[in-house]
Design a protein around this ligand. Structure first.
Ligand SMILES: Cc1cc2nc3c(=O)[nH]c(=O)nc-3n(C[C@H](O)[C@H](O)[C@H](O)COP(=O)(O)O)c2cc1C
Length: 442
């Protein structure tokens, strides 16, 4: 059945198995004229690839991407983009034990019952090697989004490993790249290292929660009622291997709140009288104008800064992303390093984000926040009771090189799915509405 595609206008079809010669995807509906080359895509693939630390599968896959079509002289042509990634490091004999017996917790039994035939080598189509193709497609989506919405960012982080959760007050996006767990909390990274090592050596595995945040997304993406942005985000995340739960914004915790606590109240942005001095030299900020500087804090409080404290890292016509020195952050009791300057005070703003940036299925301009839970890896060295296809009761021990916590490599996959869905909805929005029609105030 033709159920290997997702997306409406930006449509991705993946193909291939874990131990076949290659896997890949076809990306259809990509706008023309966007600079894309293999390096653009490879950057994201390298973040997902196996063997990068002792906490992920030791399979040695270069995951080198080849662009077969749809890009001419480094620019997309608007025709289908076909991407190929060769499988290099298969050890099919490791999977002999699962040719006939079913791994508890894995897809073996369900595939067998449905199709009567399965490529058991490396898990075949149920292997998370398929997610390499999603990350490649996400690399293209990110390149298009960077063209359409400069300053927009999609970032993911691991916020829970098993019973151990991060300290949100210690959240530092820069920390994510510094540890093998994609966690924004350095303390959690240190704790998880020993915890996961112990589980791995004991032949066991553990689950995780991943949070993906898109900032700088304009209001207006998504549509009532079957085209809701959160519907498509949830479906995209749920389609990732091992995902068992999805939350948008407060998610299940919203059920514990009262209406008054959950309401994301709105205020008009600060008037010019409230705005601090602006003395930034260079860049494209106009030092004769005044700017509202909004900082993301763990307490959601607004903070005010002198613009000379910060350096510009990204700028488009509507917003400027800045980095504030760490010292300045700690002096103010803050942990987040990303700031956004909003030009033109006096626009509506939310004072909290329980909704996770989506209301009525449509983006509000706030950060879009999606969390997903992945179960523990089911291929483990601890013997588990099972049956084989002949009806014998048996025990199974799954050898091979498996991820002890699949959540680690699921982070870039979640980011890729978010990027693909947001681009898909940006194209749908452009197709139906063009630009937003509603205004508030002057
Ligand atoms: C990035 C990633 C890596 C994974 N690595 C493994 C692995 O090494 N061994 C394994 O048994 N499952 C692994 N999984 C999970 C299986 O692919 C998944 O459990 C299986 O396809 C069954 O699907 P389900 O869990 O969604 O029901 C991984 C999942 C992800 C997202």
């Amino acid at each position: 059945m033709s159920l290997n595609s997702f997306g409406h206008l930006f449509r991705v079809t993946t193909w291939g198995e874990s131990h076949g010669p290659a896997l890949g995807c076809v990306v259809d509906g990509c706008p023309p004229g966007v600079a894309v080359d293999a390096d653009t895509i490879q950057h994201w693939l390298d973040l997902r690839k196996p063997g990068t630390s002792k906490y992920v599968t030791q399979r040695r896959e270069p995951d080198a991407v080849e662009i077969l079509s749809g890009v001419f002289e480094g620019v997309t042509t608007g025709t289908p983009i076909s991407l190929l990634i060769r499988n290099a490091d298969q050890r099919s004999k490791d999977y002999g034990a699962i040719a006939d017996a079913f791994r508890p917790g894995h897809a073996d039994y369900a595939y067998h019952v449905k199709y009567g035939i399965r490529d058991h080598r490396g898990g075949g189509r149920s292997s998370a090697r398929e997610t390499a193709a999603r990350v490649a497609a996400g690399g293209i989506a990110r390149a298009v989004l960077a063209d359409m919405m400069p300053g927009m960012r999609v970032r993911g982080a691991m916020v829970r490993m098993g019973e151990r959760e991060i300290d949100r007050a210690a959240w530092d996006w820069d920390e994510v790249a510094r540890n093998p767990f994609w966690t924004p909390d350095a303390g959690a990274a240190a704790d998880w290292a020993g915890y996961l090592d112990g589980l791995r050596k004991a032949g066991d595995s553990v689950g995780a929660v991943i949070e993906v945040v898109a900032s700088g997304v304009p209001a207006g993406l998504g549509a009532p009622v079957y085209g809701k942005l959160d519907t498509d985000l949830a479906a995209a995340m749920m389609s990732i291997n091992a995902v068992k739960g999805i939350e948008i914004g407060d998610g299940f915790a919203a059920a514990t709140l009262t209406g008054s606590a959950n309401a994301d109240e709105m205020r008009m942005g600060r008037s010019m009288d409230d705005i601090v001095e602006v003395t930034l030299d260079g860049g494209r900020l106009d030092s004769t104008r005044q700017y509202v500087i909004r900082a993301a804090t763990d307490t959601e409080k607004e903070r005010w800064f002198h613009v000379r404290d910060v350096s510009v890292v990204d700028e488009d016509g509507a917003s400027v992303t800045l980095h504030l020195p760490r010292r300045a952050l700690s002096e103010r009791g803050m942990h987040h390093a990303d700031l956004t300057i909003i030009h033109g005070a006096g626009k509506p703003e939310f004072t909290s984000n329980h909704a996770g940036g989506v209301m009525g299925g449509i983006s509000t301009g706030q950060d879009i926040v999606v969390r997903f839970a992945v179960k523990p890896t089911s291929s483990i060295l601890t013997p588990r009771a099972t049956v084989d296809r002949f009806g014998n009761e048996t025990e199974i021990v799954t050898k091979g090189r498996h991820d002890p916590c699949v959540g680690i490599r699921a982070v870039p996959v979640g980011e890729a799915m978010m990027a693909c869905v947001l681009l898909d909805h940006a194209l749908l929005h452009r197709g139906q509405v063009g630009a937003n029609r509603g205004t508030v105030g002057g």
